[in-house]
Design a protein around this ligand. Structure first.
Ligand code: SF4
Length: 698
């Protein structure tokens, strides 16, 4: 058997199926990844892996792997050479821009890619395409948390290394299905519990981590900010706020104190669905704790008030002053493989390298000088990911280049996304499998998996780690930066993209970040490797990096103080009513990753959860005459989806849940609501209104 025998080499690298970025050693034989071994010394996971990490290598040699560029024909695709494919892509995009203007072409990137590619995407869009319309799939992930972090703290990063979780005496996990989406992080929470920590989990579903909580609060979908305000109300009443810290290190607590007066436990119970006694209990566990950590994820972020939700929870942290100290802090847990680094280096429409703001004149000038272009030539802020799809639908954007993003599965209201893709005059994508979105492309440029290129990624705790090239891209596939470089050449911008290896791109992004809010300028590949990762900010070669932010109560706003934000609860964009009386929410399962392009091709993962199921509480099921595994139809104002029922005790009786990793008729995003948070432009994946009925099996 080919997979038997000793490997030729073991390559120390990282699993990129979530932001934990577990260390792993890949076994390589005859230039194929044939298995893995634990990497016990890597400090974050110490050799442990979840099912996705264990089985990830099986995609590398998959028969669906794209082996050469493809060009659309009347009845499908034909294999093509690079010369023809690159020329066709560059010529077609240029023709659209010549006719309709630069912004008629958009660029969509992904946050599962390396830091180097995130930087390159932004630079390519702004210099080679000169379009304002570049954004990425983090817009569908955690941008609301990022915006809230910048508003509260002045910077967007988890405040603590994960090791601080072990020192916490109370941990709030809100809106995070931690055990399925960030499995190895669960180990930290359970070790903290072994050390005596109390765990509070807040979620409409009793997810696996919820089953092990000391206190579980089954919040009604879309009511998160009401609940956070209610907990703070009790804390203030009982005197569990750190007035000295508030006075010395923060602004605007008085506005919050005034606002939460009305969020009594009784009022909050009516809004949130959480019993008043448990709201008080949560305040009793959190308020006087000696040390504490608050962690959240998409459950509170995927809302039209995602930024507000996050800020109301940050208020709980700031009110106690428990941040910037061992065992005390806060973090958003990024779900994508490089969810942290993917959002740092300039592939967002409102951001330039180093986390700089595209709307700030001094930031624009710095990057224009760095890239040696006149500042007026640097495009302004363009559209966000969903807005780009909307603009394609309206016919305003006519050309698209995408890389490692599958909007047909991952953007809400997918029937509209499909219609938009069909309207494009020209669409090229860089990918390693023919994703559902790639099937609509005119040219598919066969790119690289993470195991096939060098680079770096940044963990959810802000630690930049090295990905190592284990095998070359197969046959005639190419590393992504080479493809971008060749396109740039054809667009007449060769001198800006003359890279010969990924390390040169890293050195450039590090230099571009110097003095910015996100500073990598003291990092090199060698330094990162020698230290098994470096936390940013790392502003100088001799700087060791910064595992814990805000020590001494120093925040990253110009005056060094953090900001409270007072937000009233407001209902979701679409609440339940007589016509659509049930809450609908989406999320993930442990065996799948994002839009499933990779994990739906790994048979052993598919076997664990072969198709999407609709979770329904027994009370609701009985009311509607539904039994386990009956086929049910879920209808919303966008469309409908028919799938088997999974009757479970672990969900609110007024709510149903479907995981979103599947495509076509199995896509949960056929029925979700494409409405956006006004600040971050994140869509409201986590709540809309639906109808449910039993239907005959097909
Ligand atoms: Fe680790 Fe996340 Fe990969 Fe699982 S998916 S092995 S937790 S990095």
């Amino acid at each position: 058997d080919f997979h038997d025998g000793e490997p030729d080499k073991l390559v120390k690298t990282h699993c990129c199926f979530c932001g934990v970025q577990c260390g792993i050693q890949l076994k390589v034989k005859y230039n194929k990844v044939i298995g893995f071994e634990p990497w016990d010394e890597f400090p974050v996971n110490q050799g442990k892996l979840c099912p996705k990490g264990v089985l990830r290598y099986m995609q590398n040699d998959h028969p669906d792997r794209l082996l050469s560029p493809l060009i659309r024909t009347e009845d499908g695709f034909r294999a093509a050479g690079w010369y023809e494919s690159l020329n066709k892509t560059a010529d077609s995009l240029k023709a659209i821009q010549d006719k309709h203007g630069k912004d008629a072409v958009a660029f969509l990137g992904g946050a599962s890619m390396t830091n180097e590619k995130a930087y390159l995407n932004g630079k390519f869009a702004r210099i080679a395409l000169q379009t304002a319309n570049i954004d990425y799939n983090g817009r569908l992930c955690m941008v609301s948390a990022g915006a809230a972090n910048r508003m509260a703290f002045g910077v967007d990063r988890a405040a603590n290394p994960w090791s601080d979780i072990l020192l916490a005496k109370t941990i709030i996990l809100t809106g995070t299905n931690l055990a399925e989406c960030f499995p190895i992080l669960t180990d930290y929470v359970w070790r903290a519990r072994d050390n005596g920590a109390k765990i509070i989990v807040i979620d409409p579903r009793i997810t696996p981590i919820g089953r092990t909580a000391d206190l579980f609060l089954p919040v009604r979908p879309g009511r998160d900010s009401a609940l956070a305000n209610g907990i703070l109300h009790v804390m203030i009443e009982r005197g569990w706020t750190d007035e000295k810290f508030i006075a010395e290190h923060t602004h605007d607590f008085d506005k919050v104190r005034e606002l939460v007066k009305k969020y009594t436990p009784e009022v909050t119970e009516k809004l949130s669905g959480v019993p008043a006694k448990n709201i008080i209990k949560a305040a009793e566990m959190w308020g006087p704790a000696e040390t504490s950590m608050l962690l959240h994820a998409r459950g509170i972020e995927h809302h039209t008030k995602g930024v507000e939700n996050v800020l109301t929870y940050i208020n709980l942290v700031l009110a106690t002053g428990r941040i910037g100290k061992p065992g005390c802090g806060y973090g958003t847990i990024t779900g994508q493989g490089n969810g942290q680094g993917g959002r740092e280096h300039g592939q967002r429409c409102n951001q330039l390298p180093g986390g700089r703001d595209i709307n700030k004149p001094e930031h624009r000038q710095f990057i224009a000088d760095f890239w040696k272009i006149p500042e007026p030539e640097l495009p302004k802020q363009g559209l966000t990911a969903c807005e780009i799809i909307d603009a394609i639908e309206r016919g305003e954007i006519k050309g698209l280049l995408s890389i490692s993003i599958n909007p047909l599965v991952s953007i809400p209201d997918s029937n509209r996304t499909r219609a938009a893709l069909e309207k494009l005059e020209f669409f090229a994508c860089i990918d390693f499998f023919l994703s559902e979105t790639a099937r609509y492309a005119d040219v598919v440029l066969a790119g690289s998996l993470q195991e096939e290129d060098e680079g770096t990624v940044t963990t959810g705790e802000g630690r930049c780690v090295r990905l190592r090239n284990s095998v070359p891209p197969p046959v005639d596939a190419r590393v992504d930066w080479w493809i971008i470089r060749e396109l740039a050449k054809r667009l007449g911008k060769e001198k800006w993209f003359n890279y010969s290896k990924a390390e040169e791109i890293f050195d450039e992004l590090a230099a571009a970040s110097k003095g910015g809010p996100i500073d990598y300028s003291g990092m090199t590949y060698e330094k990162i490797e020698n230290n098994m990762g470096i936390f940013w900010p790392c502003p100088a070669p001799e700087h060791p990096g910064t595992p814990r932010l805000f020590e001494g109560g120093k925040f990253h706003h110009p005056d060094g103080k953090a900001k409270f934000h007072a937000y009233e609860y407001r209902p979701p964009a679409e609440d339940v009513d007589v016509e659509y009386p049930i809450f609908f929410t989406t999320g993930r399962v442990v065996s799948q990753y994002l839009s499933g392009t990779q994990t739906r091709r790994i048979g052993a993962l598919v076997d664990q959860y072969p198709e999407p199921l609709c979770e329904i509480h027994p009370l609701l099921a009985t009311k509607l005459g539904i039994e386990n595994r009956d086929m049910v139809k879920v209808s919303t104002r966008r469309g409908e989806i028919t799938l088997p029922a999974l009757v479970v005790q672990t969900i609110r009786p007024d709510t149903i849940f479907i995981p979103y990793h599947w495509a076509g008729k199995k896509a949960a995003n056929q029925v979700t609501n494409r409405v956006l948070d006004p600040i971050s432009k994140i869509p409201e994946f986590k709540v809309c209104a639906c109808r449910l009925e039993k239907v005959a099996a097909p």
